[in-house]
Design a protein around this ligand. Structure first.
Ligand code: GLN
Length: 538
């Protein structure tokens, strides 16, 4: 078993997840099997109950795990299908330890952080690593070295180094910040030195130091870090700001990171070459677009771009496919109620209403759907966006002025969206929605069928409410056709409007399966329609 731990120092938000994902991508390009684990030192069991404002979007896995958005980066960079066990939280660890204690498994012992909590952390890491069957597993330690919360995880990582062998089975990659100060632009290495010292005081000596800097790090600064932090110079890696996150693996490759890891861990790559050709072509299309389209993203968490990370990535993938840059204009849905939607959305080539929860912002989203439907502007609704589109059509086309979802008004006379039967009586919020990959049957002759190119698709879900079957005949008669349905036929999964250039919505989340080179078909459809609207003569 071979593990690479990736830790972070100085500040959060250094792109540890992108570093971890990029290393994985490079090892995969050598024909190695790679998997990844994210450790989050918070007490939540999973990310499912967390507000996107705090931690960015909740990413959903095939098995229904509601996890940290870094698992999305791993899946996109390494084209993996992970399971919920790949996200280890303090909450999960403590829950197991306390359950064990109540069962009497500790045989009268005093239950302590060391060894009981650290053993549980080690057990979880090694069992996921074993089950994944990977040659090497990358373990990203969330938080910043020096935080109280991450100490038990760092201690467990240190012990794993001892247990498995520091020589060739366990490596530590530490990402830090190298700020540039003053008018002459001097690179400051002191924060890195301090953070490595902090790591060493826990008993971990990093093997590779990845320095995040706005500019390429000079050789002089790298030499200084190497000297003070006791690593070889070639193990101090410079990661300047990139034009796209997808450039980072290519940058790390140029600096020999993968070879360094392969030599040190005595990994046996299947190929001597590096199969990064298709990745390079993808990056080239991302950073050198030929055209541009602007899509308005109308939601209620728009002040934090990470809340919609997978949509932004899906647009990058769709943009690369079509050779254009997708510029996303974030629109706070409440603004569409306070202001004039026509003015606020003027000039956009397409509109997306993504997922969300709760009543706030809903009327603005309905206004966005109305604007797109009424003006022939390409529209994609996802999850809540699908429900919004259905409500808008019920109100404006069927004339049911008070139609809404029972999520927003339990007393509505026209509950076109209502709670799913199996959700009745559920009071716990955590992991209780309809979650994860489910099959959808796509109708022949529909736009969705053309986009997906097949009848049976599998997409990820995260919702409690659904289209009320009683309204289906009337909605379909009004041109809102449900061209995707669950296997049993009773749940509406895709809607598309007749006679509109592109007005499509899905109850599932196609953004979670979008990958470089394999964009989400519904996002791709939106981008293509937006391009046509912008350049009708092409
Ligand atoms: N709030 C809606 C529901 O629970 C939509 C959920 C979502 O957009 N993820 O069904």
């Amino acid at each position: 078993m071979k593990l690479i731990f990736v830790s972070g120092g100085v500040i959060s938000g250094l792109g540890k997840g992108i570093t971890a994902s990029s290393i994985g991508r490079l090892l995969e390009a050598r024909g190695l099997r790679v998997s990844a684990i994210k450790i989050d030192p918070y007490l939540n069991i999973d990310a499912g109950t967390m507000n996107p404002y705090e931690h960015g979007e909740v990413y959903v896995l095939d098995d229904g795990g509601e996890v940290d958005l870094d698992l999305g980066n791993y899946e996109r960079f390494m084209d993996l299908h992970l399971t919920r066990d790949h996200n280890i939280t303090t909450g999960k660890v403590y829950r197991s330890v306390i359950d064990n204690e109540r069962r009497g498994d500790y045989l009268g012992k005093t239950v302590q952080i060391i060894p009981h909590v650290t053993d549980e952390i080690k057990r979880r890491i090694t069992s996921v690593a074993r089950e994944s069957g990977a040659d090497v597993v990358i373990v990203e330690l969330g938080g910043t070295v020096g935080d109280m919360e991450s100490l038990p995880f760092l201690e467990a990582a240190r012990q794993l180094g001892r247990d498995l062998g520091r020589e060739e089975n366990v490596m530590f990659v530490h990402t830090t910040l190298i700020p540039i100060m003053g008018s002459v632009g001097e690179e400051k290495t002191k924060p890195t030195q301090h953070s490595v010292k902090e790591l060493m005081s826990i008993g971990i000596r990093p093997d590779i130091i990845v320095g995040r800097c706005s500019e390429p790090v000079s050789d002089a600064a790298r030499a200084k870090i190497a000297m003070f932090c006791d690593v070889p110079e070639e193990a101090v890696i410079s990661t300047p700001d990139a034009r796209s996150i997808y450039e980072v693996p290519l940058n790390l490759e140029r600096q020999g990171v993968a070879d360094l890891i392969i030599d040190r861990m005595r990994l046996r790559p299947m190929t001597s070459g590096r199969d990064m050709g298709s990745w390079e072509r993808f990056v080239d299309r991302v950073v050198n677009p030929e055209g541009i389209v602007e899509i308005a993203l109308v939601g209620k968490y728009t002040s934090l771009a990470d809340s919609y990370l997978s949509h932004l990535e899906a647009f990058t993938h769709a943009g690369a496919e079509t050779g254009c840059r997708v510029k996303v204009r974030f629109v706070d849905s409440d603004d569409l109620v306070r202001g004039n939607p026509e003015a606020i959305l003027a000039g956009v080539d397409g509109v997306i209403v993504p997922g969300g929860f709760g009543t706030r912002g809903v009327e603005g989203m309905i206004a966005a759907a109305r604007y797109a439907r009424g003006n022939g502007v390409p529209f994609l609704g996802v999850c809540l966006g699908f429900q919004i589109a259905t409500i808008e059509i019920a109100r404006d086309v069927l004339g049911l002025a008070r139609a809404t979802s029972t999520e927003f008004d339990p007393e509505t006379p026209d509950p076109v969206i209502c709670i799913m039967g199996e959700q009745l009586g559920i009071t716990d919020m955590g992991a209780t929605m309809r979650l994860g990959a489910q099959e959808v049957v796509v109708a022949e002759g529909s736009r969705a069928r053309t986009l997906y190119g097949k009848e049976r698709i599998s997409e990820r879900h995260r919702h409690r409410y659904e289209v009320n079957p009683e309204y289906i005949p009337r909605l379909e008669a009004a041109g809102w056709r449900f061209t995707g349905r669950s296997e049993c036929g009773t749940r509406m999964e895709i809607g598309e409007l007749e006679g509109h250039p592109y007005f499509v919505a899905s109850q599932f989340h196609p953004e979670f399966r979008s990958r470089p080179g394999k964009p989400s078909p519904l996002h791709l459809g939106l981008v293509r329609a937006a391009m046509e609207r912008r350049n009708p003569e092409d």
